[in-house]
Design a protein around this ligand. Sequence first.
Ligand code: ME8
Length: 644
Amino acid sequence: MAQPFYVTTPIYYVNDSPHIGHAYTTIAADIMARFHRLAGREAFFLTGTDEHGSKVAEAAEAAGMSEIEFCDKTVKTFQEVWERLDIGHDDFIRTTSERHEKAVRKILDAMRGAKTDDGQEVIYSGYYEGLYCTGCEKYLTERDLVDGKCPDHNREPEVLKEKNYFFRLSAFTGKIRDKIESGELRILPEERRREVLGLLKQDLPDFSLSRERVKWGIPLTFDSSQSAYVWVDALTNYISAIGYADNPLTFDKWWNEAEVVHLMAKDILKFHCLYWPAMLMAAGVKLPETIFLHGFFTVDGAKMAKSLGNKIDPNDMVDDFGADATRYLLLTQYPFGHDGDVQASRFVGQYNTDLANDLGNLVSRVAKMVMTNCEGQLPSAHDDLPGLEELKLQAENLADNAYEYIQNFRIGAAIEEAIALVRATNKFFNDTAPWKMAKAGKTQELGGVLNACCEALRMVSVTLFPVMPGKMRELRHVLSLSDDTLDLQNARTFSFLKPGTPIRVEKPIFPRLDVKKKAAGEAKKDTTKTDKAASEPGLLDISEFAKVQLRVALVLKAEKVEGADKLLKLQVDIGNEKRQIVAGIAQHYTAPEILGKRVIVVANLKPAKIRGVESHGMLLAAKRGDQLCVVTTDLEMPPGAPVS
Ligand code: ME8
């Protein structure tokens, strides 16, 4: 019996909305799990969400919701997008679930009871002293500061000391190094392995395992005034979902007996390659076999950021290309494991070339010829055809070559191998010119060409199934194949389809996309719901600009918003009515400074809640770096005067 395969993605923060970075790892994990299943292995694929910590609490407060209400809502955005992308995860773990919290308590207890080789306690209490920014509500490091100040709040952090529990990482670094060097713990790719070994040579500080100030978290079992540090909580998801605390049988199967692979990008290397192995060793749990850290990609040359408006929502890609092509496009932009750049402007061209032309057209041409010339039934094979032997050889090697790539985490190379067979089949089809054979009445040769093309397409339908499950099912439907024969074993032999099998195509499996239309669709990435305000403006029609109503407003009252250092709550007169506006200007203006000013407001915005406070309108300000200056008008201008 082949060893079971257990693959995980990071659990994503719920205070962010899903973007193609999250989709990238999740699709990769899905492809790995599906491929291993095709090879006859049992596979378990876990993803989920990371829901504790001060940032989530802040986001919930800003949205005027309780923490759990906020999590319940945003978790859905992840679950929905995974469904739209045809992600076939076997489980979805939430760190706010009972089973997870139970597992965190269990691992905390196990670590609390552990001793290092020289008899010291692995967990010890001490004091954490650090630079605390009350605006961020977190400790910052010297490196986070700009001119000694928190760049987000433009103020010097306070030196704070709080009781904390620490994890004695220093007692585990030698052991982790040994496990990596012996190959017991594989860190891939090689560059990342070297990075980890480099880190292990440094004098690594023990890490703080708990937080006194973070209330939205799991209380420590041995001191309920503290909650578990977010990473201790988050990393435990990999075992909580498979029964660490509540199901020894499944835990044995999927952790102790399976090949365990953690997939992620290199941004979270330290936590996974140092903290996690150390925690597991302390708790007496075996280590995962492999930690694979793929690259980090930029979009159009820049890091994905809300403020740049270059975050791509996978939902928009599914709208434009469908689930399967989105999966294909995302995983073929650059080699898996490397850093790369994603340019949405290339998607349509690549879709049309690889999927609509090369693969989709081939399917249509072959099936239509079988329908018109062979009564829609697969003709018999015929050996004596130019180029057939080479095609056969390439096709019969496809499954093994691709699977070998997958085992080495070379997802793009596995896909390329299948596309190479598609191209070779197109060439074979064009070179043998079956339409001429049909005209010349060479029925056997014609049948042989069509038979070979159908066999090659069948191999492709298996190999690309993990990448494009929906579309490959459509292709298999053309060849009258069900899921029963969907495995790598069948894809190793060229003579599988029975002559007489019905072959039918109703519509193109990858309809060609209109470049112009999609070019417009692509601009969507700059105007997604969350990024709208931050996107670089395109050219506006005058009628579009005219929709924004700007008015002069007199500030009648100003006060700070409690617990939010950036915000001022203003009462303004906009001519025909009085309004309350919450403005993020408190670090630049005191309440008395803004009082009595005639500011410019956007008057026709929908009311919103900011930090739970009603805000109806927005005021204009010029901003550069740390400077901010509210736009005001001449004193003679009455409140309510339109600004155009
Ligand atoms: O770090 N390129 O969650 P997160 C490639 N909750 N992959 C990207 C990417 C990009 N530009 N952007 C994001 C966390 N990713 C923690 C994890 S796990 C115990 C806790 C993917 O929401 C990639 O997989 O910030 C990266 O590691 C992950 O999203 C970070 O997700």
